[in-house]
Design a protein around this ligand. Sequence first.
Ligand code: SF4
Length: 295
Amino acid sequence: MFFNYLNYSEPLFRPPSEANSLILQITHGCSWNKCIFCEMYKSKKFSVKPEEELFAEIDAIFNSQYKVKKVFLADGDAMVLSYGRFINILKKINTNLKPVRITAYASAGNLRDKTIEELIDLRENGLQMVYMGIESGDNEVLNNVNKGETYESTADALHKLKKAGIKVSVMILTGLGGKEFWEQHAINSAKIVNETQPEFLSTLVLSYPFGEKHFIKGLNSKFTPLNVVELLLELKLFIQNTNLEQTVFRSDHASNYMVLKGFLGRDKEIFLKQIENAISDETKSGLRPEWLRGL
Ligand code: SF4
């Protein structure tokens, strides 16, 4: 319904939970755009939307009389904007649209130059949560896929957000280590979420939008894809190693072969049982049909 008032640059992505939000593109593309597994913004050159243009869109929505409850700030690492630019945008949104919450995509690197005081100010001006695809807690895996971050840099960013009271939804990419690194990928990914205790956690499964060969060609070291049972074993090892207090856990993205929803740690044993059942069930009846085609 907002489409008439906004000048979107396609492709446009948002997290599934932002389906009913007003999506404001404050940047176009991703300022890093070098992760080997990610094709989301490869067709776009990174740029910042001029403030005049963005504010005119916000004015247009305001004048349309639509009631905006939630605002999601895109594109891929919208928090790359400096504190000064970002706070101006939050203030404009709050003055005109008065949403109950504002969220954004962020990368760990986006947090590097922002102080905790600045982040607190962003939170007090409505930034309630950020979505961060951290992909892995393992430095070899992160290096192999050219993520541009490490365990340490990612943990620093997550700690900063926690101290500022901004909630985080963290994404881990199952399968990213291949057969070579799957165990350390699972164990170190559990380690980083244990250390940082995100409010929300989800696992997605590595896919190959431009084909497996294209993906493997870009890597810094050898990679052998995991099959479905191996992906389940990796997910099991990851969950086994988690020690979370109260994190909402979701494994329900379209890429997942098995839907798990609940809380970690409360539902840890239930999830493990579900995964074990799926592994031992020869018919794989508990898995999504689209994955059965790949068995
Ligand atoms: S930082 Fe995120 S959006 Fe940018 S290339 Fe990597 S995965 Fe894609």
